[in-house]
Design a protein around this ligand. Structure first.
Ligand SMILES: [Zn+2]
Ligand SMILES: [Zn+2]
Length: 353
């Protein structure tokens, strides 16, 4: 068990093997699906509602994931129907196999409206990212043209990792209550990592499913995308975390999308808030010496060469910090003769997150 002096603490020493499960609370089971990335797994949860199974998140659409689910479905889950496939957000590691599982079990897919429609958009229009509008987003923020092309060239990736989006779904809104037979889950939605991520809180059992909104060990990616170039997504993310810290009991067991379950949500919120505030301060300091572009910021935010495979996320994260600082008035934009936006610290800018 990892014990933190004054921070969140894990309850389970190690995760279940892929395709196995661990009962983490009465009738709630934690399993893992392998991912072929540096982050090598996604957590999925099975909720026994007394008469059927409900699944939270699915893994990617690939052979390994299907085989893992086959083992679960024909093994420990056998004998009961699947009622609902609850998808926290549109990222392929969470929605990837939703329609496949729903078809197998004649189950209903449950999501927020924005996450469903965004996933559907990526699925239906895989070449949209090649439009000049998106190329211009990167150029105007100083990213090397060849690197930008490699990002735009990855546009078919969503389809390669995701089975076709389900033809229908049940839409949940913030404030709804999702009834799973005898259990009731409060629906909370939050922006930042994804626009309308679905988070579920079982108040009676003090169990919280935050998807990728909060986890131990890593901070979720919070990215500005060319579709919403001026959005303050980091502001949305931090506001969502503040909401969670006050809405969720500090003794609740948090069952995240990646890494280990833990207790101590408000303490983890505070760690993440301080992490982003330190990065914002780093940028303000860096931009006090000379005007800097978003591409210039990568060297101080990440302090190491960035792999091409994650450049889109890293650059989006740099832009998210820029947009937060612009919103706060702590930096200002100038546009040079080359058309690139550069940012300069503003002495009058205020400094709270
Ligand atoms: Zn995600
Ligand atoms: Zn994820």
């Amino acid at each position: 068990m990892t014990q933190f002096q004054d921070g969140p603490r894990t309850i389970f020493e190690s995760p279940p093997a892929f395709g196995e499960w661990l009962e983490v609370a009465e009738g709630i089971f934690w399993s893992r699906i392998a991912l072929p990335f540096r982050l090598n797994h996604v957590n999925v949860y099975l909720i026994d509602d007394g008469s059927s199974w409900n699944i939270v998140d699915t893994g990617l659409s690939n052979r390994v994931t299907r085989e893992t689910w086959e083992r679960l479905l024909s093994g420990r889950m056998a004998g009961r129907t699947i009622s609902k496939i609850i998808v926290t957000h549109h990222h392929p590691d969470h929605i990837g196999l939703a329609s496949w599982l729903a078809d197998r079990g004649e189950a209903e897919v449950v999501m927020s409206g924005t996450e469903y429609l965004l996933g559907l958009t990526y699925w239906l229009d895989s070449d949209a990212m090649k439009a000049n509008h998106y190329r211009e987003f990167y150029r105007a923020r100083g990213l090397d043209a060849e690197i930008a092309e490699s990002i735009l060239g990855r546009s078919g990736r969503y389809q390669s990792l995701t089975s076709p989006l389900p033809f229908s779904f049940r839409r949940l809104l913030h404030g709804d209550r999702l009834r799973l037979n005898a259990r009731t889950l409060d629906v909370i939605t939050g922006g930042g990592h994804a626009p309308e991520q679905l988070l579920l809180y079982c108040r009676d059992a003090r169990i919280f499913f935050p998807g990728d909104q909060i986890m131990l060990g890593i901070t979720p990616n919070v990215s500005v995308t060319p579709r919403n170039p001026n959005g303050d997504v980091l502001g949305l993310f931090l506001a969502s975390l503040r909401t969670l810290a006050s809405a969720i009991d500090e003794g609740a067991l948090v069952l995240p999308g990646h890494n280990l379950p833990f207790v101590g949500l408000a303490q983890r919120v505070d760690e993440i808030r301080r992490h982003h505030e330190a990065r914002l301060e780093d940028i303000v300091r860096f931009c006090s010496h000379a005007p800097r572009s978003a591409a210039d910021l990568l060297q101080i935010l990440f302090r190491r060469p960035i792999d091409r495979a994650v450049m889109e996320l890293a650059f989006g994260e740099a832009c998210a910090h820029v947009n937060r600082l612009l919103e706060q008035g702590r930096i200002a934009t100038t546009i040079g003769g080359d058309g690139v936006q550069r940012y300069t610290s503003q002495p009058s800018g205020h400094s709270q997150a």
